[in-house]
Design a protein around this ligand. Structure first.
Ligand SMILES: *Cc1c(COP(=O)(O)O)cnc(C)c1O
Length: 475
C-alpha cells in the first residue's frame, strides 16, 4: 500500500492523468459492447476519445472505467438529441416568428409525408406525360380563393417582395409613401429590399400624410412600379391621410404603371366574421392593386412560403424572372400549402380544421375554464418552486398582424417561491423558473411579467403533454 519512502514521484491524485486508461482497454469492457451495438464502434470510439481528452485537459477527478464509458454514452446521446424540437408556445403570441409561426393541420402533415418519401409529380404533367410546372399544384386554388388571375409561390414573403420588385421594376423607380417605409422583424426593411432588388426608391408624401397628388407628381417615365406596404407591426394614428385606394389604382392605370401591394399577413377570409379584428383580405387587396404579396405561415395558417398573386401578365413576368428559380420552394412546401388551401374550400369547417383560426377564435371563458381545470395539477408539479394562480391576460396574433389589437385570454400565473435560494430578488427567481421550464423535455415557453412567469393558455391544445413535461420538472 505505502510507497517506498525513497520514490521520487508524487502520490497520484484523483485527477492524475496517469490514471487515465487506454482507449482500447475501455473498448474491451463488456459495457462497451452494448454501446457499440447500439451506436456503432465509430461513434463509441470517438466519444471515448473525446471524454479522455477532456479528462487529460481538466482537473476533474478521473472516474473508474465504467464511469468513463457512462460519460461517453452521455456524449453520444447528446449528439443524437435533435436541435429543432417541438415546444409549448404559451407566450400569448399565436403566430410567433421565433417559435415557428403557424401550427399546421394534420391534413398538411399527411400530405407532406405522402410525397416526401418517394417520387412525386412535382413538375410532371400526368395527363400528357410532359414536363409540368410546380406552381400548378396550388395556382388554381389560390386563384379561386382570392380572385387572382395567376399566382406563384416562393420561399417566404420577403422573397415574394424581392422577386416582384426585381421582375417588374429593375433599374427603375418604385414609388412608395414615406409612411410605408417599414421594418418588419429586423431583417426586412422596405428600402433595403428595394436596393437589393435593383430598384430606385422614390419616396412620396410624409410619415403621417400622403396624398394622391404626391403619387401623381412622382409617377413619370422612370417609374416601374407603385408599391403599397401594409405597415403590419405599427400603426399611424392621429392627423393622417392616405389616398383613396380606388383613386390610386385609377391613377396607376391611367399612367400604365402597375400597382403592387405587400400585404404581409394577408388573410384569405374576412376575420371580422369570426369576431376577430379586421385585416385586409387578399381578395379585397386585388380589387385595389394589380399584384399582391403575402405570407403562407401568418394568418393563412399554412407553411412558410410567400405567395405572389394578381394580374396574369405581371405574374408571368415574375415567373420568368431567373430569381424565381433561386427562391422556389420544394415538394414538401407545396404539399402542405395545397392541403391547407383545400381546407378553405369548406368554410363551415375551417375554424375547426385550421389550427391558426381555431386558436385565434378561442373565447376567454373557454380558456379560463381550461386554466382552472389545469391549475391544481400544474401546482402539484411546481410544489415548492412556485405558486399557481389563474388570471385574465391578453394574447396577440403576432407576425405583424393587427398590431394594436389584442385578444382576451386567460393564463396560469406562476409566482416563484422566495425559498429555494438562487439569484437574489424576484426577477432572478423568475428567470430561473423560466429557464427550468425551457429545459423540460418538451420546453415550455411563457413570458415574464410582474415577477411571475405567465403561461397564456390560448395556444394550449395538448394538455396531457404539458402535464407530462411539467411532471419531469423535479427530476
Ligand atoms: C411579415 C411581413 C413580411 C415578411 O414576410 P416573411 O414571410 O416573414 O418573409 C414582409 N412584408 C410585410 C408587410 C410583412 O408583414
Amino acid at each position: 500500500m505505502t510507497r517506498p519512502a525513497c520514490a521520487p514521484v508524487s502520490p497520484p491524485t484523483a485527477s492524475d492523468p496517469r490514471r487515465i486508461p487506454a482507449v482500447e482497454r475501455l473498448l474491451a469492457r463488456p459495457e462497451a459492447a452494448a454501446l457499440a451495438a447500439a451506436h456503432g464502434r465509430t461513434a463509441l470510439t470517438e466519444a471515448v476519445r473525446a471524454v479522455l481528452s477532456g479528462l487529460r485537459a481538466g482537473t476533474a477527478p478521473i472516474p473508474d472505467e465504467a464511469g468513463i464509458l457512462r460519460q461517453a454514452a452521455d456524449r453520444i446521446a447528446a449528439w443524437h438529441r435533435p436541435s429543432l424540437r417541438p415546444v409549448f408556445n404559451l407566450t400569448g403570441t399565436v403566430l410567433h416568428t421565433n417559435l415557428g409561426r403557424a401550427p399546421l393541420p394534420e391534413a398538411a402533415a399527411d400530405a407532406v409525408r405522402a410525397v416526401m418519401l418517394g417520387a412525386s409529380n412535382l413538375e410532371f404533367d400526368l395527363a400528357t406525360g410532359a414536363r409540368g410546372e410546380r406552381d400548378d399544384h396550388v395556382e388554381a386554388l389560390i386563384c379561386r380563393l382570392t380572385g387572382a388571375e395567376a399566382a406563384v409561390v416562393v420561399n417566404n414573403n420577403a422573397a415574394a417582395v424581392l422577386l416582384v420588385l426585381n421582375a417588374l421594376a429593375m433599374r427603375r423607380e418604385v414609388v412608395v409613401s414615406r409612411g410605408e417605409l417599414v421594418e418588419i422583424g429586423g431583417s426586412f426593411r422596405v428600402p433595403d429590399v428595394m436596393a437589393r432588388a435593383g430598384c430606385r426608391l422614390r419616396e412620396v408624401g410624409t410619415t403621417n400624410r400622403t396624398h394622391l397628388k404626391d403619387y401623381a407628381e412622382a409617377i413619370g417615365p422612370r417609374t416601374g412600379l407603385v408599391m403599397k406596404v401594409h405597415p403590419s407591426n405599427y400603426a399611424i394614428s392621429g392627423f393622417t391621410a392616405q389616398p383613396d385606394p380606388a383613386a390610386l389604382h385609377g391613377l396607376c392605370r391611367e399612367r400604365a404603371v402597375p400597382l403592387a401591394e405587400d400585404l404581409g399577413s394577408g388573410s384569405l377570409i374576412d376575420l371580422a366574421a369570426y369576431g376577430l379584428p379586421p385585416e385586409p383580405t387578399v381578395r379585397a387587396a386585388l380589387d385595389r392593386a394589380d399584384i399582391v404579396t403575402f405570407s403562407g405561415d401568418k394568418l393563412l395558417g399554412a407553411v412558410q412560403c410567400g405567395i405572389v398573386a394578381g394580374r396574369k401578365d405581371l405574374v408571368a413576368r415574375v415567373r420568368k424572372n431567373p430569381l424565381k428559380r433561386a427562391l422556389r420552394v420544394d415538394k414538401m412546401t407545396y404539399a402542405a400549402l395545397e392541403a391547407c388551401l383545400r381546407l378553405y374550400l369548406h368554410p363551415e369547417r375551417l375554424r375547426e380544421a385550421l389550427p391558426t383560426l381555431r386558436l385565434l377564435t378561442r373565447e376567454r371563458a373557454e380558456i379560463a375554464a381550461q386554466a382552472r381545470r389545469l391549475a391544481p395539477a400544474v401546482a402539484a408539479h411546481l410544489a415548492g418552486r412556485a405558486s399557481v394562480a389563474v388570471a385574465d391576460c391578453t394574447s396577440q396574433i403576432g407576425s405583424g398582424a393587427l398590431p394594436v389589437e389584442t385578444l382576451p385570454s386567460a393564463a396560469l400565473v406562476l409566482t416563484p417561491e422566495p425559498a429555494g435560494g438562487g439569484p437574489r430578488g424576484a426577477g432572478g427567481r423568475c428567470r430561473r423558473l423560466a429557464e427550468a421550464l425551457r429545459g423540460l423535455p418538451v420546453p415550455v415557453i411563457g413570458r415574464i411579467s410582474d415577477d411571475a412567469v405567465v403561461l397564456d393558455l390560448r395556444t394550449l391544445e395538448d394538455e396531457a403533454g404539458l402535464l407530462d413535461s411539467l411532471g419531469t420538472l423535479g427530476i
